[in-house]
Write a protein that binds this ligand. Structure first.
Ligand code: SF4
Length: 281
C-alpha cells in the first residue's frame, strides 16, 4: 500500500457519513448493498483500487481478500503503535499472549468441529453436486427460452423467467461459502462471550448468526425458484431445502437471541429513512 493510499484511508476513517460497524453484520454483497455509500469498508476497498466487492465470493477470493485486508490492517496498526511508542515485536515474547493465542486456536478447532459448521460445510458440497447434475437441464432451459423468444411468445414473461433464474443462481452461489463462514465465526465468538441470558451488551456472535440466518432464508427462496424451474431435479432440490431448513432451525436453537440483534444501519429505521425515505421498516 502506498503512503498516499494510507493517508487517504486515515482521512476516510475520520468522515462522519459512515454508519459505524455496518460492515460487521452484512452479507458482503457490496454491489447490491443499499448502504454502500455509508460503509467505510466499501469506501476503503474502492480506495485501494481493488475489485474485491465485485468478485465472486468463492473460497479462494474470500481468502485472498481476507489476507489483503489483514495485511494492510497489521501494517497500519504497527505504524500507529510505533507512533504511540509501543514495540509490537516485543509482544511476541509475551507468555500470556502466547497462551491466549493457543486458547484461540483451541476455540477455532472447537468451532470447526461443531455440528453447525459440519452441516453448513455439507451444504457447500450439496450445491456443487446439484449444479453438476443439473448442467444439461440448464442448457435445455436456455434453449427452450431462446426458442420461445424466436417464436415471439410472451417476451416480458420470458425475460422475467430468465431474470428469476439468474438471480436464484447468483443468490445460491453468493451464500454458498458465506453461511458456513458466518456460522463458524459466530461459534468462535460465542465461546468467549457471556451466556445470552447473562449478557448486558448485544453479542457479536448473535449478529453473525443473524446474517447467516438471513443468508439461509434468501437461499431457501432461491432454491424454491430453482425447484419450480427444474421439476426433474425435484428430489435433489427437496433434499437441499430440507437440509437448509434443518440448518436454520439448529442455528436458531444455538443462537436464540440472534433474530433480536439490531444490526447497525440495516435494522435501524433512522438509517433507512436517510437512504430511502419512502421505505418503512
Ligand atoms: S455494509 Fe454493504 S457495502 Fe459495506 S461491506 Fe457490507 S455489503 Fe459491502
Amino acid at each position: 500500500m502506498t503512503e498516499a493510499t494510507r493517508k487517504k484511508l486515515r482521512e476516510l476513517a475520520g468522515e462522519d457519513r459512515f454508519v459505524p460497524g455496518i460492515y460487521n453484520y452484512c452479507d458482503r454483497w457490496c454491489v447490491r448493498c443499499l448502504f454502500n455509500t455509508r460503509c467505510l469498508n466499501y469506501a476503503m476497498e474502492l480506495e485501494r483500487g481493488k475489485e474485491a466487492p465485485l468478485r465472486e465470493l468463492d473460497e479462494e477470493s474470500f481468502g485472498e481478500e481476507l489476507i489483503d485486508t489483514l495485511t494492510d490492517t497489521v501494517e497500519m496498526l504497527r505504524e500507529m503503535a510505533a507512533e504511540a511508542g509501543v514495540d509490537l515485536d516485543a509482544l511476541d515474547e509475551d507468555v500470556e499472549l502466547n497462551a491466549a493465542m493457543a486458547e484461540k486456536e483451541r476455540q477455532f478447532e472447537r468451532s470447526a468441529e461443531h455440528p453447525l459448521a459440519a452441516a453448513s460445510m455439507a451444504y457447500i458440497k450439496l450445491i456443487d453436486s446439484w449444479f453438476e447434475d443439473a448442467g444439461p437441464a440448464f442448457q435445455a432451459k436456455e434453449d427452450d427460452l431462446n426458442a420461445r423468444v424466436r417464436m415471439g411468445l410472451d417476451e416480458a414473461g420470458l425475460a422475467a423467467d430468465a431474470n428469476a433464474l439468474a438471480d436464484a443462481v447468483a443468490v445460491i452461489r453468493w451464500y454458498q461459502f458465506f453461511i458456513h463462514v458466518e456460522l463458524q465465526t459466530a461459534l468462535l465468538h460465542a465461546q468467549e462471550e457471556p451466556h445470552p441470558l447473562l449478557a448486558d451488551e448485544p453479542r457479536h456472535s448473535d449478529g453473525k448468526a443473524k446474517i447467516a440466518l438471513i443468508a439461509i432464508d434468501r437461499s431457501l427462496d432461491a432454491w424454491d425458484t430453482l425447484g419450480r424451474m427444474f421439476p426433474r431435479h425435484e428430489t435433489e432440490t427437496l433434499e437441499i431445502l430440507a437440509h437448509l431448513d434443518r440448518l436454520r432451525r439448529a442455528a436458531e436453537a444455538e443462537f436464540p437471541e440472534a433474530q433480536a440483534f439490531i444490526r447497525p444501519g440495516f435494522d435501524e429505521a433512522d438509517a433507512w429513512a436517510e437512504i430511502a425515505p419512502d421505505l418503512r421498516l
